[in-house]
Design a protein. Structure first.
Length: 285
């Protein structure tokens, strides 16, 4: 990898990480709903802007930036870690697929942004299937059947509602990609500067201990809510108390192991020149 490429990737990853943490900390601090979806839109907007600023870059440029940003995300003191790191890196990879197909241009950015936008809907299903296994589909069916007793809405209408939400979000991804290639650079730089400065309020630091970090992950509202829904399902569908207890402990244990692995990631030992450049740039932002 050439020196200029290392510099470009490192600087771009530092900008994306600073904006990610600044905006993410702000949204999580205010408990704004669907913060992850907004951060997903922000990422593809900035990746499109980076592509515009580096037309000579290789077609895996966005994937490399996102992979380093995902590692830097582990330094964020607020919010979740596992799902954002997985989301950031995978969205960057999907964005690069669009650039690989259409080239490093506005069309490639639009296609890449749309592809990356789909991951926000796919990731929760895959992650919760990993934690809950086949029980996940039983829980969903259980609550759909329960909801039909109170709200006479057909599953087809629910699917249409979900499909409309997906289309709206993907349209926003495409619109932001076009904006990144159309807006004047000074306006985007002003946005980046304002959001990046927000990270100074929250700082880049890890939780004081590993135990506190895992506790923070396991007490995220959405995870607690999903665990409660599963517990209710098991209580009403299983007559054996042992099965109920095991049904609750299994996803807890799986989630604990996932969060433990990501917390033990030795970021400071990763040998990547671009990563070290990104850390250097972060200190100067």
């Amino acid at each position: 990898m050439g020196r200029s490429t290392v510099e470009s990737i490192g600087k771009s990853a530092a900008i994306l990480a600073a904006v990610e943490v600044g905006l993410g900390s702000f949204l999580h601090g205010l408990r704004v709903p669907f913060a992850g979806k907004l951060l997903s839109l922000n990422q593809t907007f900035l990746l499109s802007w980076f592509s515009r600023n580096h037309p000579e870059s290789n077609r895996g440029f966005a994937a490399e930036i996102s992979a380093i940003t995902a590692l830097l995300k582990s330094l964020s003191p607020m919010g979740k870690k596992l799902t954002p790191m997985l989301g950031i890196s995978t969205q960057g990879l999907l964005f690069s697929v669009g650039v690989f197909i259409c080239g490093n241009n506005i069309i490639g950015s639009v296609l890449g942004s749309i592809l990356a936008g789909t991951w926000a809907f796919i990731q929760p299903i895959l992650l919760y299937f990993l934690i809950y296994g086949a029980t996940l589909f039983k829980v969903v069916d259980f609550y759909i059947q329960a909801a039909k007793k109170w709200f006479p809405v057909s599953p087809q209408k629910l699917l249409w509602a979900v499909a409309i939400l997906v289309v709206i979000k993907l349209f926003l991804h495409a619109a932001l990609a076009l904006a990144a290639w159309s807006f004047k650079s000074d306006k985007i730089e002003s946005y980046v500067s304002k959001i990046s400065r927000a990270h100074k309020k929250w700082g880049f630091s890890t939780p004081k201990t590993l135990t506190q970090g895992i506790k923070s992950d396991l007490t995220q509202p959405f995870f607690i809510f999903s665990l409660l829904l599963t517990s209710v399902f098991l209580i009403f569908s299983e007559s054996d108390r042992t099965q109920v207890i095991l049904g609750v402990l299994k996803p807890l244990a799986t989630a604990f192991l996932c969060f433990l692995c990501i917390r033990l990631l030795p970021l400071e030992k990763i040998k990547s020149e671009s990563l070290q450049r990104a850390l250097k740039y972060l200190k100067g932002i």
